[in-house]
Design a protein around this ligand. Structure first.
Ligand SMILES: Cc1ncc(C[n+]2csc(CCOP(=O)(O)OP(=O)(O)O)c2C)c(N)n1
Ligand SMILES: [Mg+2]
Length: 333
């Protein structure tokens, strides 16, 4: 694995803080009705993305996930200003403002969405890996999903074929404890989601995903296995989301104390503690990073707010149209 150096820790701190603050800003402007529709935030789960990016080869690896998808494309290299503009529904957004929150996408940066159907992206992730294997490319696809998605049939069908075809894919469940308001314990007879891999003889295991170091180590092993022809891995990344499922969640299914317990092991704080312990940065240097993060978020907001809405004709450019569409008429019997 690439060494976790001082620069890595400092980068982790800045990027995780940026993702957190970017989403805090989204929550704020959502309440002001500047961002509409659904909004599912990633606060608390940032160590997963930080650890994964450290282990990936960003020149060729791919990523696909569900609807909690604003910060992953940023990590993969997409301009955060364009992500925020997409959320504002503006023409400068990643999908010209037509996709919105759940559908961030960048072919250029190998980030394949952004999927609203729970479990829908699991077979798609295997399909991306199939294409790489078929075309003899050594890219690896990270396929993320929530704990709720693991109860879908699509996971089991995909696991079977991914093992049969020995595909270069890492299946990553972000177990944040809940699918909307339903706790993992209510959805199966055992809470160890990683064990679902055992039935397919897929290498699998649990990971402390509040800690980016642990995530990076597990990802590195899985990605190396996939890249060198060893096939799929299934990782259960144990994490927690601080905010509700979406912005319209009253969170009656958990207590404030439960959230506070996880905030004690917050990934950003964990990394900051290491930076301080190892004296990688002074308080003044940390304050400079914090200020830079604040400015970056403000820049994204300014860009999104000043961007125009898409031209009306875009509506017609993106709708499927065919001359002489062959209607099949029905006649009364
Ligand atoms: C097939 C399908 N069923 C139900 C829904 C409604 N739904 C949206 S999110 C969600 C919960 C999914 O939870 P989880 O997979 O744990 O992801 P998390 O939101 O925790 O990241 C449900 C049931 C949906 N979008 N798609
Ligand atoms: Mg969940």
């Amino acid at each position: 694995m690439k060494k976790i150096t001082k620069d890595v820790y400092l980068n982790w701190y800045e990027e995780m803080l940026f993702w957190r603050k970017f989403e805090d800003k989204l929550a704020q402007v959502y309440i002001q009705q500047k961002v509409r529709g659904f909004l599912h935030l990633y606060n608390g789960q940032e160590a997963i993305l930080a650890g994964a990016l450290h282990a990936m080869d960003l020149t060729k690896d791919r990523m696909i996930t569900a609807y909690r998808n604003h910060v992953q494309p940023i990590g993969m290299g997409v301009d955060p200003k364009r992500v925020m503009a997409e959320l504002y529904g503006k023409g400068t957004g990643t999908s010209q403002g037509l996709g919105g929150s759940m559908h961030i996408f960048s072919k250029e940066h190998r980030f394949y969405g952004g999927h609203g159907i729970v479990g829908g992206q699991i077979p798609l992730g295997a399909g991306l890996a199939f294409a790489d294997k078929y075309n003899k490319r050594d890219s690896v696809t990270l396929t993320f999903m929530g704990d709720g998605a693991t109860r879908q049939g699509s996971l089991h069908e995909t696991f079977n074929l991914a093992m049969l075809w020995n595909l270069p894919v890492v299946f990553c469940v972000e177990n944040n404890g809940y699918a909307m308001g339903t706790s993992v314990e209510r959805t199966a007879n055992h809470p160890d989601i990683w064990k679902l891999g055992l039935g397919y003889e897929m290498p699998c295991g649990p990971v402390d995903a509040m800690n980016p170091i642990k995530v990076a180590e597990a990802m590195d092993e899985a990605i190396t296995r996939a890249r060198t022809g060893g096939g799929p891995t299934f990782l259960e990344l144990k994490t927690y989301r601080y905010r509700g499922h979406s912005m319209s969640d009253a969170q009656k299914y958990r207590t404030k104390e439960e959230v506070a317990e996880y905030q004690k092991i917050d990934p950003i704080t964990q990394v900051l503690d290491i930076i301080k312990d190892k004296k990688y940065a002074t308080d003044e240097e940390i304050a400079v990073i914090d200020k830079r993060v604040k400015d970056r978020v403000a820049e994204c907001q300014k860009f999104a707010e000043e961007s125009p809405f898409p031209e009306k004709n875009v509506m017609y450019d993106v709708v499927y149209e065919q001359d002489n569409y062959p209607f099949l008429p029905h006649k009364p019997q």
